[in-house]
Design a protein around this ligand. Sequence first.
Ligand code: F6P
Length: 319
Amino acid sequence: MKRIGVLTSGGDAPGMNAAIRAVVRTAIYHGFEVMGVERGYHGLLDNMMFPMNSRSVSEILQRGGTILKTARCEAFNSEEGIQRAVEVIKSRGIDSMVIIGGDGSFRGARDLDDAGIPTIAIPGTIDNDLGYTDLTIGFDTAITTVMESVSKLRDTSSSHERMFVVEVMGRNCGDIALFAGIISGAEEVIVPEMPFSVKEVAERVNIGVDGGKSHYIILVAEGAVDPYAFTEELEELTKINTRLAVIGHLQRGGSPTATDRLLATRMGARAVEELRIGNSGVAIGLKGNVLTTKSIDEALAVRDRLSMELYRLAEILAR
Ligand code: F6P
């Protein structure tokens, strides 16, 4: 009998619950047992876990967040931390792990696998900053939330003839800003991957204002610039009244979109299938519409690149 441990780690992402559900139900289907580990890697160090069955994951497909709780765990990032985790895993009769999280969580998954615990990693982060996969779980819901927020800001922006600078998350990755910028019709998208000049942005805005444009939406990725300083400078350099809206953690919550539910469900099930056939140390990804596997090390080594096609499209459509 195999006993699989599952945990979520790092920033939560809508769809993590759908992935947990798929792991649990696929494992049970194949006759395995599942232990839910709480609070990410903390749960491995502090022995916080509980047996899960089909009913443990009822009614969670549509819920944002993660029923297993999540955390970032510094204590795990040391030789002693990993050894302690391995001891706890073995003492609970667990023989393999599924880790759902972002790049920090992936490093932990790789370390566990190296320490002899067969481990599979599933990409769960709103940032979409893992280059080996087209999509990470939670990204689609996050950009949908940004899109809906920008629609609301457009109402007030056009009524008051104002410009809105909208800051979005993404750490050092501009994907949330870029994708959400395109689907929201933003006039400018500022991302960490591409150089920009506030003066040039201001010039473009002023040309637009002179041509009769009365409201603007500028999407700024958190990793690109301090949004407060940016907004202040932009207001000084332009002829239009400006406000800043920081969407913040709102974009981490909410019921996952259809795309995220499907992605998470497919990836969760695939993780169990990989363990079943004796694979480990791999990350599940998506390329085109096909699920892929890559060693976690290789997955971490693929540099995330901003899509130039989409960046150019954003520029063209904003004029
Ligand atoms: O990685 C997800 C993320 O939401 C990033 O976009 C953001 O930079 C960070 O987490 C925020 O972290 P915290 O929730 O700890 O403030």
